[in-house]
Design a protein around this ligand. Structure first.
Ligand SMILES: [Zn+2]
Length: 318
């Protein structure tokens, strides 16, 4: 056993170098996809007809690629004037009918770093009813929770109190390993989408795919540096028009890079996800890879080099 381990240690850099240069075949690249802010990321940006087109685009992309995703719901995005809207409810139902799971992302997407833990926990409970009844009716259980902004608490007390609360309510926290600034593209794209500027939509979409591939490459290297091997990643993107139109091309490119799609549950079976994250009580909603590294006391200089969104994309806002 020991000599096999040593052999693998010797081979690992050679294998990864072959992957990087494209000479070898990528081995065992896996990714789970999570999509936040259902029913759509910014209902105020869109008409009911656009929301339906966004839902159709996302679901047909996932169907074409054989992806079973987990979608995280803010119940207030289902509501109009405080009531769950039948049309939006029907859009959410399509996610379940298509074989995806749904999780809770809080009622109003409250930021744990800006409100009290009591207020934040009440918002988690308030976010449950519509999604829970839908999931239960389909024979499932509402089990996933995603922190808004990936903010998990800025003190040990808040971190532990809210973690115990989520666990007691039966939730599994959904981690993210491929964090990104996709929301900047999503915001820019909504402007182009709503003004019907197809040339700008193409420019933003094309650059988005380029940027996201750089981000994935960066986190592949972070995985090797922090965990010592390629882990099954968890990607976070949002229910934007951007992804309805361009996620298909991104998934094509990732498949060419050797990725296979796994469920969130499958990804979390990897022992890497048992690593502790409690060392991170800073302001940012950072990737779980970096939480593990900080908890382990690794030198933060290894985090350097994350791809940035070009300023022309940043400057476009709805
Ligand atoms: Zn969110």
């Amino acid at each position: 056993m020991r000599s096999l381990g040593i052999l693998l240690l010797v081979l690992a850099p050679i294998l990864s170098m072959a992957e990087e240069t494209g000479r070898g075949s990528p081995t065992n690249r896996r990714m789970a996809i999570t999509i936040d802010d259902l029913v759509v990321a910014q209902p105020s940006w869109h008409t009911a007809e656009q929301m339906e087109r966004i839902t159709d685009g996302l679901l047909s992309t996932f169907a074409d690629h054989g992806v079973a995703a987990v979608g995280f719901v803010n119940q207030n995005k289902l509501e109009i004037n405080g009531e769950v809207d039948a049309g939006r409810h029907a859009l959410l139902q399509r996610w379940l009918s298509a074989g995806h799971e749904l999780g809770n992302h809080g009622y109003a997407h409250l930021d744990l770093h800006r409100v009290s833990s009591e207020e934040w926990m009440a918002d988690v409970v308030r976010g449950e009813p519509a999604t829970k009844s839908m999931v239960t009716a389909a024979g499932g259980r509402l089990r996933w929770f995603r922190h808004p902004y990936l903010h998990t608490g800025m003190s040990v007390q808040v971190l532990e109190e809210t973690a115990a609360f989520l666990s007691a309510r039966g939730y599994i926290v959904a981690p993210v390993t491929i964090d990104n600034s996709e929301w900047v593209y999503g915001r820019a794209y909504a402007h182009a989408y709503n003004t019907g500027d197809e040339e700008l939509m193409r420019r933003i979409g094309t650059d988005y795919v380029r940027y996201m591939l750089e981000v994935v490459t960066f986190y592949e290297a972070q995985s090797l540096a922090i965990v010592g091997r390629a882990i099954p990643h968890v990607l976070l993107v949002h229910a934007y028009a951007l992804n309805a139109d361009w996620l298909d091309q991104l998934l094509d490119a990732l498949e060419q890079r050797g990725y296979r799609w796994v469920t969130l549950e499958n990804a979390l079976e990897d022992p890497a996800y048992e690593n502790a994250t409690h060392g991170w009580i800073g302001r940012g909603g950072i990737t779980w890879l970096h939480r593990w590294a900080i908890t382990e006391g690794l030198d933060r200089s290894i985090f350097k080099g994350e791809p940035v969104v070009p300023s022309w994309v940043e400057s476009i806002q709805p």
